[in-house]
Design a protein around this ligand. Structure first.
Ligand SMILES: Nc1ncnc2c1ncn2[C@@H]1O[C@H](COP(=O)(O)O)[C@@H](OP(=O)(O)O)[C@H]1O
Ligand SMILES: [Mg+2]
Ligand SMILES: [Mg+2]
Ligand SMILES: [Mg+2]
Length: 349
């Protein structure tokens, strides 16, 4: 089965949402110190991005059987305190849709925007088709001016069949070959994958797509690994222990969001380790798009016991301990290092 039409719609939706987010992040970073502590810009961009994706997908594909599992809902926007924020979101969404020419024929009302956001209340599950959206993944990175992603996947009968990652701040050239502070580098990547068809990357402003592949490295000593920038999202000590056992020499590369999956899919690094603190449950929108982008680029994504991720269980993923990602060659040694490290950690408690 081909998902070409859905893929085109998803690329348009994520690119346009990225345009909205870029505009907000630019204004945020130019703002004075006092308004920088105001968290509302990310809220506006988050809801705005979700509304744009929902509107574009429904305009392109029809709304009859549309199902969207998305991170945000409009609850806070429907009360008195949310009124001003809703106004800002509506303006931003209309400006963004109008900037494209294809979608902005009639401006959306407040009610339209709320409805678009709330179309993301689906529970997903094992049957039928469901879109899976993280309108801004890496909100902490977005606020810092660092990495974030618009992550959009499609589930069909419980399996991820499309993955699109828009990464507005990710350099087009490899992270391995330059320093993130270098202003000379062109940024803004769009990664996309359709099941069975490989993974491609193009610039967000629309360059010719190139096929990407994970690294073919088999020597862990030459490997580098990604993890969350935020220590609250992943146990940095445990990753260091695993990397040491494996023989990795390079220090961790810490970046926010599913940009990690994108970077890994083109071989910028060889490993991604994610071990949430006890009790945290991973959500499907934090991994669905990234998973397929890496898998179609030849990589392997599993939980800490080597089980594949199961996206068919609703809004959450049920995992053993954490998520590990690498290429086929390194996976057996990585799994061994993970098991040993987890045992060591358990016996030291
Ligand atoms: N305590 C926690 N442990 C693990 N993940 C968490 C977390 N708190 C938030 N997250 C998730 O981590 C995501 C960001 O991942 P990363 O650290 O790779 O940038 C967040 O996505 P959002 O920013 O979309 O909310 C959020 O869903
Ligand atoms: Mg997220
Ligand atoms: Mg998010
Ligand atoms: Mg969040």
């Amino acid at each position: 089965m081909s998902y070409d039409k859905e893929l085109d719609a998803a690329k348009n939706a994520a690119s346009l949402a990225a345009r909205l987010c870029q505009k907000v992040q630019k204004a945020l970073l130019q703002a004075d110190v006092q308004s920088k502590s105001d968290k509302s810009p990310v809220t506006v961009a988050d809801y705005g991005s979700q509304a744009v994706v929902s509107v574009v997908l429904q305009k392109e594909l029809g709304s009859a059987s549309f199902s969207l599992v998305a991170e945000e809902d409009s609850g806070d926007l429907r009360n008195e305190e949310g009124k001003a924020t809703l106004q800002r979101i509506m303006k931003l969404v209309n400006e963004t849709l109008a900037s494209d020419g294809t979608y902005g024929t009639a401006p959306l009302s407040e009610e339209d925007v709320l409805a678009a956001i709330d179309s993301g209340r689906s529970e997903g599950g094992p049957s039928g088709q469901h879109w899976v959206l993280d309108p801004i993944d890496g909100t902490k990175g977005f606020l810092r001016g660092d990495q974030y992603a618009i992550a959009l996947g499609l589930l069909d009968e419980g399996k991820v069949v499309l993955g699109v990652l828009a990464c507005p701040n990710l350099p087009l050239s490899s992270l391995a070959s330059h320093n993130l502070q270098d202003d000379q580098d062109k940024v803004g990547c769009l990664f996309y994958a359709q099941v069975g068809s490989g993974t491609y990357m193009q610039s967000l402003d629309g360059s010719t797509p190139i096929k990407v592949h994970v690294t073919d490295l088999d020597n862990p000593e030459e490997a580098s690994f990604f993890e969350s920038f935020e220590a609250a999202h992943s146990l940095h000590d445990l990753s260091s222990l695993i990397a040491k056992k494996l023989g990795v020499k390079a220090p961790p590369v810490r970046i926010d969001s599913q940009a990690k999956y994108g970077a890994l899919s083109r071989g910028d690094g060889a490993i991604y380790l994610r071990f949430p603190h006890k009790g945290y449950r991973e959500k499907i929108w934090d991994h669905a798009a990234g998973y397929l982008v890496v898998a179609e680029a030849g990589g392997v994504v599993s939980d800490a016991a080597g089980n594949p991720l199961d996206f068919s269980k609703g809004r959450y993923l049920d995992l053993h301990e954490g998520i590990i990602v690498t290429n086929q060659k390194l996976m057996p040694a990585l799994l061994k290092a993970v098991k040993e490290s987890l045992n060591e950690k358990a016996s030291s408690l």
